[in-house]
Design a protein. Structure first.
Ligand code: G4P
Length: 528
């Protein structure tokens, strides 16, 4: 096998989806611990705090108790290379999360044993469904009282519409938690409070029939367990790799992230069964992960990671080939060669300069605004990866400047911040308004805060008569011009220079559509 196929085959790129507070951060810490990043254990939150110091606007994030930024963590485990792409936690950041999910090959769903399936998990699951993303499930906080495990699986199946295949099964819960049984290997892993439960230092019995087990968990509990296992065997589905890979079945694990219990069993199973990078669709053809030439797409932009340098980092998911430090790549949208100098990789220990990276990996490219979300890179071929949409925002506000002399700064700030993808910036054809669109209201606070903090601009956002936006497409240049003339009052240009119809009401939108049957009104703009 070539280097590319060997390296691609051992990549596991995934994201954790969960409702806030289910334990995503805690689980991330433990996974990193197994990846050998010992110094990282317990410090994911610490690292968040350190970032606050370098970038003050994140104080807002702290105030609100939300994580605005996503990051990428890479660690080796059992001969595999695991890439964990963090997803922003707050509901307002759905779009951003959506795009992170386009860059992964599978997902891990974390559910709080007491709360069951929560609203945000349902939404994220819908997103995974769009691409049939394979999903593993970790039911967390077993050290606390929660719902009956069988009921929980029923809930996942009925609410999320995915079949459950339990791989581990809990023995007791809360105060009575004794351990888990591995339903595939038959092993029993005991839970002992206060220990770090790596495979090496936990007590393992070969099966529930091991005579020593009864002495440890008691005859009553063992009887209960046997009965439950029989029930589970009768009522649940055995693990089916094909169904898992098709996104139809989720292997389920039970544990307690904070106690590091059940986590390694999950990780072992994950690296063995989770998919390596798969072929991906482009406008021209399907690109296989094992192809020798570099291709990739940008799914996220983060501005001003270092306030000393006004640069932005574009996060590119590599889809095929090899990236080598300093190489040139073809930026498909601009048609230009770009030197990928000083690209970042994301080893768990720190951001560091990438020497090489492979399919499934993410690299960070510094740039000054030339790269946008959705952009594709190649070694010369004009291909564009599809399926990384911009959604029409649902909320609109007009920017109001307190100091008119800062107009230039305001425009620059709005344009740069919208490159990150959480907000969109529109300039009407017929007025000097600056209109910002977002999916959630919190975005306006974040932008106002960052405008002040990073651009020195005091601006506020006021209501504006826009209900919804649609991107305009029309192949017939003449008809497009007619449409432009007739509707100039409602048209605007977005940050990428595309024509957008800003409808004051839904009814108005409908009428405009009826009057211009040759013009397409698109609710998403796929980056092209
Ligand atoms: P999130 O990223 O999904 O939002 O969740 P996070 O890991 O921050 O966990 C949310 C809370 O749940 C934290 O408590 C965390 O310690 C706790 N937690 C995580 N896993 C477990 C578990 O297995 N058992 C129990 N009992 N609790 C768990 P917190 O009080 O909000 O924060 P902290 O002060 O403990 O850090």
């Amino acid at each position: 096998m070539s280097d590319v196929s060997t390296e691609a085959a051992r990549r596991r790129t995934f994201a954790i989806i969960s409702h806030p507070d289910a334990g995503k951060t805690t689980l991330t810490e433990k996974l990193l611990l197994f990846g050998g990043a010992i110094q990282m254990a317990g410090s994911v939150k610490g690292r968040k705090a350190a970032r606050h110091a370098t970038s003050d606007w994140m104080a807002l994030e702290k105030e609100r108790g939300i994580s605005v930024t996503s990051s990428v963590m890479q660690f080796p485990y059992e001969g595999r290379i695991v890439n964990l792409l963090d997803t922003p936690g707050h509901a307002d950041f759905g779009e951003d999360t959506y795009r992170v999910l386009t860059a992964v090959d599978s997902a891990l769903m974390v559910i709080d044993v007491a709360k069951g399936v929560e609203e945000r998990t349902i939404k994220l699951m819908e997103v995974c469904r769009l691409r049939d993303t394979p999903i593993m499930t970790f039911i967390n906080k077993l050290d606390r009282e929660g719902k009956n495990p069988i009921d929980l699986l029923d809930e996942v199946e009925s609410v999320l519409g995915i079949q459950c295949a339990p791989i581990t099964w809990p023995i007791g819960m809360g105060q009575r938690l004794k351990g888990v049984v591995h339903l595939v290997s038959g092993e029993v892993h005991l839970y002992e409070q206060g220990r770090n439960f790596t495979r090496q230092d936990s007590t393992i019995f070969a099966s529930v029939d091991d005579p020593a087990l009864e002495a440890r968990i008691g005859a009553d509990m063992l009887r209960e367990l046997r009965e439950e296992l029989e029930l589970v065997e009768g009522a649940s589905h055995p693990f089916d790799p094909a169904k898992y890979l098709a996104g139809e079945q989720t292997p389920v694990f039970f544990g307690s992230a904070v106690n590091n219990f059940g986590v390694q069993l999950l990780l072992d199973f994950f690296v063995e069964h989770a998919p390596a990078p798969k072929p991906r669709e482009t406008t021209g053809r399907e690109v296989g992960a094992y192809e020798p030439k570099l291709t990739g797409f940008v799914f996220k932009i983060q501005a001003n990671m270092d306030p000393q340098h006004r640069d932005r980092v574009a996060f590119m998911r590599i889809c095929s080939g090899k990236f080598s430090a300093g190489m040139k790549a073809f930026h498909v949208r601009s048609g230009k060669e770009v030197k990928l100098a000083n690209a970042l990789t994301f080893m768990a220990s720190d951001r560091e300069i990438a020497e090489s990276a492979w399919p499934g990996d993410v690299i960070g490219i510094h740039n000054h605004g030339t790269i946008s979300i959705g952009d594709s890179f190649s070694e010369g071929e004009a291909i564009t990866f599809t399926g990384i949409p911009n959604f029409a925002p649902e909320l609109f506000r007009r920017a109001r400047l307190r100091d008119p002399l800062k107009l230039k700064q305001l425009q620059k700030g709005l344009a740069q911040l919208s490159e990150e993808g959480a907000t969109q910036f529109f300039r009407p054809l017929m007025s000097n308004d600056l209109i910002l669109g977002a999916v959630g209201t919190l975005q306006f606070d974040v932008v106002a805060y960052r405008l002040k903090d990073e651009y020195g601009v005091d601006a506020s956002f006021e209501p504006v008569g826009v209900a919804t936006a649609r991107w305009i497409r029309c192949d017939d240049a003449k008809k497009l011009e007619q449409f432009r003339d007739k509707n100039a009052l409602n048209l605007a240009i977005d940050a990428a220079g595309e024509l957008v119809y800003l409808a004051p009401t839904r009814v108005n939108l409908q009428l405009a559509q009826e009057r211009a049957p040759d013009v397409a009104f698109l609710a998403t703009r796929e980056h092209a």
